[in-house]
Design a protein around this ligand. Structure first.
Ligand SMILES: O=C1O[C@H](COP(=O)(O)O)[C@@H](O)[C@H](O)[C@H]1O
Length: 266
């Protein structure tokens, strides 16, 4: 690892030489959390995002993890989804199916994707209902602070504009406090219709990791992580602060290049 840094506010930064090194360490991090959750609760409830994250978690499908992880105890969710058919190239479900689910033996009935046959509003409502049932049966744990679902791990990517899941800068959904899953029909990044976990759900997880590579995201990483003036626009990645959980940023050197005070050795 190039650098590991615990910020005073509890956030941890793990910065790697390149995407390959990041990938290896991300796989180990996920496998360790899977093991500890299964030991403690008997299951592992993990929410994934789309985008570059899925390629970056690819080493989890390889040795030793393909044999050592207790895949039968995994329950899969999506922190956000595009409201398109599951077979569509824009579908986060399809991305995960092709890049991950097709390579490891996860129980089919443990994979909870959205209903792609209904409107975005209905899909968000249905997905929240599914999550409520699984909180009731304790497949997903519950936050003692606010009754929100407490996922064992939520994995997020971040766009160059600082969006996470489908929470975009200055969008009204950033203020959603009641719903667990909501929808948007005006995503600035296509496709426009999406469902997304809300900030209260993300911030109630036991563990959240934000995984970011590439220089095009370095400015957003700086704005999300560094202490900057009070006039900062609402940047979703900056608003990820688990109340009673751990947040780790996985970054490559390019993505981390504008963080203040980070000095890299040659
Ligand atoms: O649209 C989305 O973008 C973000 C970031 O994607 P990336 O390819 O820049 O890593 C992703 O995390 C989110 O799930 C997806 O819907």
């Amino acid at each position: 690892m190039a650098l590991s840094w615990n910020k005073k506010d509890g956030r941890e930064l793990r910065i790697y030489e390149n995407a390959d090194e990041l990938s290896s360490n991300l796989a180990e991090y996920i496998a360790e959390l899977s093991e500890s959750s299964i030991k403690e609760r008997g299951v592992f409830a993990i929410a994934l995002s789309g985008g570059s994250l899925i390629t970056l978690m690819g080493k989890l499908c390889e040795a030793p993890y393909n044999k050592t992880v207790d895949w039968a105890k995994w329950y899969i969710f999506w922190a956000d989804e595009r409201v398109v058919a599951k077979s569509h190239a824009d579908s986060n479900y399809k991305l995960v199916k092709d890049g991950f689910l097709s390579k490891v033996p996860i129980v089919h009935s443990h994979v909870h994707s959205i209903n792609d046959m209904v409107t975005a509003e209905q899909a968000a409502e249905d997905y929240e209902f599914v999550i409520r049932q699984l909180v009731r049966t304790r497949v997903i744990s519950v936050s003692e602070i606010n009754d929100c679902p407490r996922f064992d791990l939520i994995l997020l990517g971040m766009g160059p504009d600082g969006h996470v899941a489908s929470l975009f800068p200055n969008h009204s959904v950033l203020n959603e406090k009641e719903q667990w899953v909501t929808f948007i029909t005006d995503s600035p990044k296509p496709p426009p219709e999406r469902i997304t976990f809300t900030l209260p759900v993300i911030n109630s997880a036991s563990n959240v990791a934000i995984v970011v590579t590439g220089a095009s995201k370095s400015e957003a990483v700086h704005l999300a992580i560094d202490e900057i003036g009070p006039d900062l626009p609402e940047l979703p990645a900056r608003m990820v602060r688990p109340i009673n959980g751990d947040l780790v940023w996985f970054l490559d050197l390019s993505a981390a290049s504008k963080i203040e005070g980070v000095k890299f050795s040659e």
